[in-house]
Design a protein around this ligand. Structure first.
Ligand code: TYD
Ligand code: MG
Length: 455
């Protein structure tokens, strides 16, 4: 029997090593090497450049920078406004996009829905589900598609054979971890397989100008499974996130060679697929009208879009020795900091209280502008005094108890005015907010704001 050839691959950078070692000499990461079976004699599956005339024709020639044609290639409209927005205006021909996300978050649903709506001949390759399962999902989404072909296959050689025959205009792969190329002997999902299959697909995309969308699994620490270089290889990395127990999902670009990474797309997972949330602040509107103690509304920004978010707090006397602090959708360290500021600068004895904080909608917020709403919600619950549901907050809170301005104040205030909020509480700003249609109240210290709200 022929000797099996194995190599050690670094899971972080994908570098190859002849033997095991504790540290990868390329990226200096520790304990990242895994052993995989390799064999390198066979021909790669996508190889359009073989043959002398072809390769000579395709070899790029140096060009004067002033002579490079910059007329933008038209992007393919996916007819999904949120998806287009995150991509930077549509699919770029020849681009490779990787979509990552937790299992069950809706990656397959999103791409199948996009695929069913595409006005182009599309091939959806699934290595995870049977054609019947995909059809059942498509029936659930209820869209008549005349351009969408399904192929259940995991061998790249077979996939490329089908592609050469049917010549799709868009290719979707669900998922990259299930693909297997014959030139490498290791199992599907291993570092070398993922890397090799991706590079074959990239080569195919660039040579035929076909956009390719790949679904990628993520590991438990939130990274896309496989070598980190996978993210460097592709043009765009999208992440689909949200709380599986809630219906809202956010699509974010982590990397985009053809557009901004500040744009986000918001979807709602319904019984019949994903609904695009064109006006994200509507997420909140259903809960408006009734005021409850412990609830405050923050005018935050998600990427470039204003988003009104409800913050809920519950403050109660600690029954057990150590008070409990818990935060959902908000950084726990930041909550502890805000509690310390309230204790030290505003004299509230929260040391013996349990404090629970929750951002509704299952959304995680990083925007510091939510701080002021967190303070307002905590104190509202502490005093059991409700805040008006017509008020909203938008400012960062500093260690000294100072209220600090945040970016894009104008956009936030305008959004609040548009949604009919009567008052917006912010930090003192240089801009004057007159005639914006809402009363803008600026405070520089939390003590002053607390006096205003609760006395
Ligand atoms: P799926 O796309 O299979 O997730 P992923 O590919 O990221 O693993 O989505 C699975 C979840 O979405 C599943 O729990 C059912 C739910 N779902 C709906 O709520 N409505 C729908 O119309 C569809 C198709 C799925
Ligand atoms: Mg799936």
């Amino acid at each position: 029997m022929a000797k099996v050839k194995t190599t050690w691959f670094c899971q972080n950078c994908g570098a190859q090593h002849a033997r095991w070692q504790g540290q990868c000499t390329t990226c200096k990461e520790w304990n990242t090497l895994v052993e995989e079976v390799v064999q390198k004699e066979k021909k790669p599956s996508w190889d359009a450049t073989s043959g002398d005339t072809l390769s000579r024709k395709r070899t790029p020639q140096p060009q004067l920078i002033t002579q490079i044609d910059v007329t933008e290639t038209p992007r393919l409209d996916t007819t999904n406004a949120e998806f287009n927005r995150v991509l930077g205006g549509g699919l770029v021909p020849g681009s490779v996009t990787l979509l990552g996300g937790e299992p069950g978050i809706g990656k397959s649903t999103l791409l199948l829905q996009v695929c069913l709506n595409l006005p182009y001949k599309t091939l959806y390759v699934s290595g995870e589900e049977s054609a019947q399962q995909i059809k059942m999902r498509a029936d659930r989404i209820k869209q008549d598609a005349t351009n969408c072909y399904i192929l259940t296959e995991t061998k790249t050689q077979n996939i490329f054979r089908q592609i050469t025959e049917m010549q799709p205009e868009v290719l979707i792969i669900d998922s990259i971890q299930t693909l297997q190329t014959e030139i490498i002997e290791s199992t599907a999902g291993s570092v070398s397989q993922i890397r090799e299959c991706t590079s074959e697909l990239i080569k195919f995309a660039k040579e035929t100008n076909t956009p390719v969308l790949l679904i990628g699994h993520i590991t438990k620490d939130g990274n896309i499974a496989g070598p980190k270089i996978l993210e460097h290889m592709v043009d765009t990395v999208l992440q689909f996130e949200g709380d599986r127990n809630h219906t809202y999902r956010i699509l974010r670009a982590l990397k985009n060679r053809f557009g901004s990474t500040h744009e986000i797309g918001i979807y709602e997972m319904l019984g019949h697929g994903l609904r695009e949330v064109i006006n994200p602040s509507e997420i909140l509107i259903s809960q408006r009208g009734t005021s409850l103690s412990g609830t405050a509304i923050a005018a935050t920004m998600e990427g470039m879009r204003p988003l009104m978010i409800e913050v809920q707090a519950l403050v109660s006397t600690a029954v057990y020795g150590t008070p409990q602090r818990s935060a959902t959708g908000y950084n726990l360290k930041r909550l502890n900091m805000i509690l310390a500021v309230l204790e030290k600068r505003a004299g509230f004895k929260l040391g013996q209280k349990d404090v629970f904080l929750n951002i509704t909608g299952g959304i995680t917020v990083d925007d510091p502008a939510i701080d002021l709403a967190v303070v307002a919600a905590i104190l509202s619950s502490n005093f059991d005094i409700e805040l008006s549901s017509q008020h909203c907050f938008s400012a960062e809170v500093g260690l000294g108890g100072e209220i600090r301005p945040v970016s894009r104040m104008e956009q936030r205030v305008n959004e609040a005015a548009k949604l009919g909020f009567e008052k917006v509480f912010i930090a003192p700003a240089k801009q004057k907010f007159k005639e914006v249609g809402t009363d803008v109240q600026a405070f520089s210290k939390i003590e002053d704001l607390i006096k205003y709200l609760f006395s």
